[in-house]
Design a protein around this ligand. Structure first.
Ligand SMILES: Nc1ncnc2c1ncn2[C@@H]1O[C@H](COP(=O)(O)OP(=O)(O)OP(=O)(O)O)[C@@H](O)[C@H]1O
Ligand SMILES: [Mg+2]
Length: 269
């Protein structure tokens, strides 16, 4: 962890330019036809960018994430990863859900290594598990079992597992939603470190406005169902960020107010 404190500062303005994910005119209605989940979603995510998505409960955020993960189908539109349509789960995409879902009979290390066993280990494509555990602050816990870890540690192990096959994209659906507020702040700091070390392209869903501003290069605000993208807000706060540097930054109050206003208008938060 100590070495990571010195990760280079990434200025938002020096960010990447190439779109890795492209979503065009995406429509999704669940199969019995009664729930129109997503309506005309258009969204680009640049390579190396950290995007947070906020929106009212039931607006289709998880549906959008599952479509990007190749876990759900859609009615029309296009969804591409580096120009290739997403048609199913891929090793290029790692996913983290609200519950870490570690297998209780495997050690932390074995859990993190599991995707390599399931997917077939291929030379040059596996992350160094020791390095991942070190980055996630779990270096001394590889031989422990999930029940011996706190909720936050389990979630960090889940992030390591999602990264072990070196995906280009990390999708996270309310990964810290079940944690207490202080642990959650620590997890945000650690996720920032992990991201700065790995430089993945990340889309993270959250209900927390402060978490979204802390983590994101850009916050995407969705409408109530059927979900549409109603605003995209750049976060012009230099990295690495701390909880203090975020709150004291001059752009924080206006950003938080605007997001809150948009969500309130949708009947959430
Ligand atoms: N498998 C499914 N079959 C039918 N309807 C579904 C299914 N999954 C989700 N829905 C519906 O689609 C809508 C969007 O759900 P989704 O889970 O994407 O919302 P969400 O924005 O992630 O909500 P939350 O913030 O509460 O997690 C909801 O009305 C939900 O009931
Ligand atoms: Mg959801």
């Amino acid at each position: 962890m100590a070495a990571l404190a010195q990760t280079q500062t990434i200025e938002p303005s020096a960010g990447p330019a190439r779109d890795l994910i492209r979503i065009r005119n995406l429509e999704k209605t669940y199969s019995d036809g009664s729930v129109h989940a997503l309506a005309n979603i258009n969204l680009d995510i640049k390579e190396g960018e950290f995007v947070c998505v906020v929106g009212p409960s039931g607006c289709g955020k998880s549906t959008l994430l599952r479509i990007l993960a190749g876990l759900d189908d859609y009615d029309s539109g296009t969804v591409t990863l580096d120009g290739t349509p997403i048609t199913g789960p891929s090793r290029d995409v790692g996913v983290v859900f609200q519950a870490a879902n570690l297998l209780p009979w495997l050690t932390v290390r074995e859990n993190v290594a599991l995707p390599l066993r399931v997917g077939g280990k291929q030379k040059g494509q596996a992350e160094d598990i020791d390095r991942l555990l070190d980055v996630a602050g779990l270096k001394d816990f590889g031989h422990r079992y999930p029940y011996e870890l706190s909720g936050g540690m389990q979630q960090r192990a889940g992030i390591c597992r999602a990264l072990v096959r070196s995906p280009r994209v990390l999708l996270m659906d309310e990964p810290f939603g079940a944690l207490d507020a202080l642990t959650r702040e620590r997890m945000n700091l650690e996720l920032q470190r992990i991201w700065q070390a790995s430089r993945k392209t990340v889309m993270l869903i959250t209900h927390s406005i402060s978490e979204a501003i802390f983590l994101a290069d850009r916050v995407v605000v969705m409408s109530a169902r059927p979900g549409r993208v109603i605003r995209e807000l750049e976060v012009p706060i230099p990295r690495p960020r701390s909880n203090d540097s975020i709150i004291s930054h001059p752009s924080y109050p206006a950003l938080a107010k605007e997001i809150r206003g948009l969500l309130n208008a949708q009947g959430d938060e």
